[in-house]
Design a protein around this ligand. Structure first.
Ligand code: ATP
Ligand code: MG
Length: 370
């Protein structure tokens, strides 16, 4: 029975609709397990720009740092707002990730049995898949530049006597590799006890270092099965035998590509949660930012069509990783699975179930199943 503070940044578009349902489910968890969750709801994205002049205020950033966890909806993507402000709503996410140093992005993919036919792959291939991609988020190619970046321009496009060329730098330090590997191995201990490290060590120096560090970290986890795999082979195996994976850990660019590929297995964007973790520890665990992988979906905003399950499963990850409440997280996952098994579906998955419900009804159903 604990007291926890959660900063809630619902944001734009369907962000508030799905976040409301995640909070509803957290309230049901508090009631069933006897916890107290105190929510600090703050503006982020377009609403914050309109009211406070910035995509996320300094005060909100400070509050996030002091909380036990951050529940995030979505920002930006609203067509009639783009270009109206000097500040971009999407900057809020970068400020949060950078300011709080969230270097690890976790995306679990666990297609439910009754949704197997929602994936473009054959059901017998997807069946049994339960994997977690751990992606390095603050290093690698996306952050390596030879010259200081010029605002609004790619940093290393150069004119030479032979024409134009462009350079990106792929740099990883041993410490950056080690900390992401440790997140992956720690996560595997609570799962199927297997880690697959993905690299391109037959070509890239950064991958050779990655492999060395991975082998060294693996030695500290004798209870975890460990393998290396090249990124091109991994891309193939993900759709050939996804159920063989447990934890996949990789650098920024490879992780970006592989997480999008893996997400297709679950059948809908509306089903997939994520966590971003850093080194900042709280009393109960690691400070983290929890959000659905989908965006603000302006095309369906305000129509009750949004699937809140990605947000609800993000709240389950919050319980597990930041509050250290594993039983509670499992209870939320079980309630989601039961509700889907009972045939309830939001519109994105309507063709696979018997009863179509709106966003709020889906949240209520899951909360009462808990
Ligand atoms: P962003 O750039 O913010 O990631 P995006 O361009 O990837 O946004 P999304 O907002 O994620 O786009 O939406 C992509 C498509 O998926 C849209 O058609 C949207 O309606 C649908 N979609 C996204 N999230 C959900 C959800 N929770 N439930 C139902 N449909 C969704
Ligand atoms: Mg997107």
């Amino acid at each position: 029975m604990g007291n926890y503070t959660i900063t809630v940044l619902a944001g734009d578009g369907i962000g508030p609709e799905v976040t409301d349902q995640a909070v509803r489910v957290l309230d049901a968890v508090a009631k069933r397990f006897g916890h107290t969750f105190t929510y600090h709801k703050r503006l982020v994205g377009v609403a914050a720009i309109e009211a406070e002049g910035d995509s996320i205020s300094e005060a909100t950033l400070e509050l996030c740092q002091k909380s036990d966890a951050i529940l995030f909806g979505a920002v930006g993507g609203l067509p009639n707002y783009d270009g109206r402000f000097k500040v971009k709503p999407e900057e809020a996410l970068f400020k949060l990730r950078k300011g709080l140093q969230f270097f690890a992005n976790l995306r679990p993919v666990k297609p439910l049995d009754s949704l197997l036919n929602a994936s473009p792959l054959k059901a017998e291939i997807v069946k049994g898949t339960d994997l977690l991609v751990v992606r390095e988020l603050t290093g690698g190619l996306y952050y390596g530049h030879l010259e200081p970046p010029v605002p609004g321009k790619p940093s290393a496009i150069r004119r030479t006597e032979h024409g134009t060329d462009a350079i990106d730098t792929l740099l990883y330090t041993e410490a950056e590799i080690e900390r992401i590997l440790r997140i992956a191995f720690d996560a595997a201990r609570d799962r199927k006890k297997k880690v697959t490290s993905v690299d391109k060590a037959n070509v890239l120096s950064s991958s050779v270092l990655w492999r060395q560090v991975a082998d060294r970290v693996a030695a500290d986890y004798p209870d975890i099965a460990f393998e290396h795999i090249l990124v091109d082979a991994c891309a193939m195996h993900l759709i050939r035998r996804p159920s063989n994976f447990d934890v996949i850990v990789t650098e920024n660019l490879f992780g970006d590509i592989l997480t999008d590929e893996a997400s297709v297995l679950a059948g809908s964007m509306g089903m997939l949660p994520s966590a971003s973790l850093g080194s900042h520890k709280t009393v109960h665990g690691r400070l983290g930012l929890y959000e659905p992988i989908h965006g603000s979906a302006p095309d369906i905003t305000g129509q009750g069509k949004a699937n809140p399950i990605a947000a609800i499963l993000s709240a389950a990850m919050l319980l597990q990783y930041s509050l250290g409440l594993k039983d509670e997280a499992s209870a939320v996952e079980a309630a989601v699975a039961q509700t889907i098994e009972a045939g309830y579906r939001t519109e994105d998955l309507a063709s696979t179930g018997a009863r179509t419900v709106n966003t709020e009804e889906m949240g209520q159903k899951i909360a009462t199943t808990l």
